[in-house]
Design a protein around this ligand. Structure first.
Ligand code: PEP
Ligand code: MN
Length: 361
């Protein structure tokens, strides 16, 4: 029979071996990190499955048991993975948009309106710019509420080439005229680097839409101008891809970036997209950028605008975007989901009531 003393002694040896293994794994991780740096300099991918297979074969040849080869593979695969994960974390934390690089919230300033790190900001306006009168009617309603920004697309990226594509430069001119008359700041989508320079004199915030989230040339160009950018999440983009898209902008020097969750495509058909509400706290944790939620394009349903906007604020969003049109029934795009001016008034009041009772303002 094994005595208590024997058991204690064997356990002592196990503890010692655990420590030795730990030291060895750490030593190994440090060497893998060095290799990773060398590979980065050479522009080579860090993960090399062929080398991994070779290492496993060498280990299996050297295995004298009692560990079976199958388990040996499992153990070493997780050691290999752990080193790779450490490097992936380092790469993520090295991003200029990451919270690890900059702990404090970025506050974007749009003509004096401070976005991020404080009271929520609301961006309302029509889906598309259709006429001066249409934009002005929404602008007056926004201004009457003491708000400072208006959205509206002059260039519309539409699913069908036969659908209304926006008024283009004429639309930008309408937005600018309304901005000059009301003092509101303009948020509008730019869909190609070719339009960017010309648009700058008309607009205050460059919106990069879901369909262009990975238009890397547009991201780089937007990174080189002196205007804030509202970057929307691609409809099939992971959070990591979204964060990397923002990194494209910041890496060119523009730090004034706002992120906007606008729903992702899933198998659910009850809503236009599926609002990924948990993306908000994740983006807030992982980046220092302000985060918006677009309740119109994520839900595609008027009856869900208010509950999802409340959810956005409750979960820590820095702002909400929603579409408003003076006569949604005749809107040239997204006619089913834009609020009319009365509904806008109610939405605004309800949101204020919600924020007061929950002390977010
Ligand atoms: C928009 O905001 O006008 C728009 C087209 O949205 P998204 O790019 O999110 O589809
Ligand atoms: Mn729209």
């Amino acid at each position: 029979m094994m005595s208590k003393q024997d058991l204690g002694e064997l356990r002592g040896r196990i503890d010692q071996l655990n420590n030795n293994i730990l030291d060895l794994i750490n030593e190994r991780t440090a060497i893998v990190q060095e290799i990773g740096k060398l590979k980065e300099k050479q522009g080579v991918n860090r993960y090399d499955p062929i080398r991994e297979r070779e290492m496993l074969n060498v280990l299996k040849d050297a295995n004298n048991g009692p560990l079976p080869d199958g388990i040996l593979e499992q153990v070493f695969k997780s050691i290999f993975m752990s080193a790779l994960e450490v490097q992936q974390d380092e790469q993520k934390n090295a991003l200029l948009v990451s919270r690890a690089r900059k702990a404090e919230d970025t506050i974007v300033n749009v003509n004096g309106q401070k976005i991020g790190g404080g009271e929520p900001t609301f961006i309302y306006g029509p889906c598309a710019v259709e006429s001066y009168e249409q934009v002005l009617a929404v602008a007056q309603s926004i201004k009457a509420k003491g708000l400072t920004m208006i959205r509206g697309g002059a260039y519309k990226p539409r699913t069908s080439p036969y659908d209304f594509q926006g008024l283009g430069l004429e639309g930008l001119k309408i937005l600018k005229r309304v901005a000059d008359e009301t003092g509101l700041s303009i948020v509008t989508e730019i869909i190609t680097p070719a339009h960017l320079e010309e648009a700058l004199e008309y607009i205050d915030v460059i919106q990069i839409g879901a369909r262009n989230m990975q238009n890397f040339e547009l991201l780089k160009e937007a990174g080189m101008v002196d205007k804030p950018v509202l970057l929307k999440r691609g409809m099939s983009a992971t959070i990591s891809e979204f964060v990397n898209a923002a990194e494209y902008i910041i890496s060119k020097g523009n730090t004034e970036i706002m992120l906007c969750e606008r729903g992702i495509r899933t198998y659910e058909t009850a809503t236009r997209n599926t609002l990924d509400i948990s993306a908000v706290p994740i983006l807030k944790q992982e980046t220092h950028l302000p985060v918006f939620v677009d309740v119109t394009h994520s839900t595609g349903r008027k009856d869900l605008l208010l509950p999802t906007a409340k959810a956005a604020i409750a979960v820590g969003a820095d702002g909400v975007m929603a579409e408003v049109h003076p006569d949604p029934a005749v809107a040239l795009s997204d006619s089913a989901q834009q609020m009319n001016l009365e509904q806008f008034d109610t939405f605004y009041e309800e949101m204020n009531r919600f924020m007061k009772t929950h002390q977010t303002i």
